[in-house]
Ligand binder design. Structure first.
Ligand code: NDP
Length: 347
């Protein structure tokens, strides 16, 4: 039977944590035959709330849940960790300057990176959810010199899933009839949800067999540029406005998708081609993204360790009306964030 995996969740008493932990414990992340040991890391003031969540996990009597530990000590939290889900972060509060935000998060993600370096399993996989996610991942990675940089990733799967859902709704098809979307760059308002290589499976002429067609032949390009891109990029704000609080279950669901696909593989589609998704991973210089930045790319995983950046899928911005240079703009923002944290001595 598969070896038990040790999963550490930070910010475990928060909203995303609450939506995440029960799904991990039920086997939806690492498979329904893999036992999990959960480690819940919280700041001291939230440890008691995390203990309450641990009581509810016990009360669920999940067959795969081998143990649950709650701690405020990163060294204990990351001992032997195979999967680290870094959710807790310092949110931006009113009047907070960007430098203050980056500095506060440096104080969280630097020590966590160091603890991962010193204590985690050598095959550790790290995903950062807490914002600014890409740059927080960069800070953590910089403090873990013994862990290969490709082990540190940031979540853009929620943006990807939102894009899939929006395209499917517009084309009038199900979400499994859409593929090939890429989220490029930063998990922020500058992200570039790109339909250049996306496809939609639609019924053939005269009701013939369904066939895959380029998405930009199915939906109009004005919609793709003027509605789709901002809708996906600003969906978080839309959820806050409608729901009255920020997205939590969908963020948790995307985190599960990211870790499951990374660990178990993205697999192949009906035609035997590798299935792609989007994740923020360390750049090897692909697509002109400076080496070392943690940026979202089209990726595949065979489950063995690192995500692979899929080649040959660059955006063709000439297909869209309006301003081009969207990939360059989101990458420039990542460079500016990196330079800011470097200036603060956090890298
Ligand atoms: P949430 O659980 O709702 O969110 C946690 C983080 O996820 C935030 O940084 C949030 O960013 C980010 N995030 C990324 N994508 C999304 C998305 N699509 N929708 C919503 N959030 C997203 O926050 P809570 O305040 O409920 O809980 C945070 C917990 O973290 C608290 O319990 C706190 O004590 C803990 N914490 C733990 C630390 C640790 O373990 N060392 C350190 C700091 C905090 P954004 O703010 O931009 O929405």
């Amino acid at each position: 039977s598969p070896t038990p995996q040790t999963v550490t969740v930070t910010g475990a008493a928060g909203n995303i944590g609450y939506a995440l932990l029960f799904r991990i414990a039920s086997g939806q992340m690492l498979g329904t035959d893999t036992p999990v040991r959960l480690r819940l890391l919280e700041i001291p003031s939230a440890v008691r709330a995390a203990e309450g969540v641990a009581m509810e996990l016990a009360d669920s009597a999940f067959p795969l849940l081998a143990s649950v530990d709650v701690t405020d000590d990163p060294a204990t939290a990351f001992e032997g960790t195979t999967h680290a889900l870094l959710v807790g972060a310092r949110p931006r509060t009113a009047g907070m300057e960007r430098a203050d935000l980056l500095h506060a998060n440096g104080g969280i993600f630097g020590p966590q990176g160091r603890a991962i370096n010193d204590h985690a399993d050598e095959a550790v996989r790290v995903v950062v959810v807490g914002n600014p996610a890409n740059t927080n991942a960069l800070i953590a990675s910089a403090h873990a010199p013994d862990v290969p940089a490709e082990r540190f990733t940031a979540l853009t799967r929620l943006d990807h899933n939102r894009a899939v859902s929006q395209l499917a709704a517009r084309a009038g098809v199900g979400v499994t009839d859409v593929d090939g979307i890429t989220i490029w760059g930063n998990h922020s308002a500058t992200q570039f949800p790109d339909l250049t290589h996306a496809r939609v499976r639609v019924a053939g002429d005269d009701g013939g067999a369904p066939a895959w067609r380029p998405a930009l032949d199915v939906v109009d390009r004005g919609w793709a540029a003027d509605e789709f891109i901002p809708r996906v990029a600003k969906r978080g704000a839309e959820i806050i406005e409608v729901r009255g609080s920020s997205s939590a279950a969908s963020a948790a669901s995307a985190t599960i998708d990211h870790m499951r696909d990374w660990s178990l593989g993205t697999g192949v589609d009906a035609e035997g081609a590798p299935r792609r998704t989007s994740a923020a991973v360390v750049s090897d210089g692909s697509y002109g993204v400076p080496e070392g930045l943690i940026s979202s790319f089209p990726v595949t995983s065979d489950g063995s360790g690192a995500w692979t950046i899929a080649p040959g899928l660059g955006p063709d911005e000439s297909l869209l009306p309006g301003e081009g240079g969207r990939l360059a703009a989101t990458v420039a923002e990542l460079e500016a964030e990196r330079d800011a944290v470097r200036g603060l001595g956090l890298l």
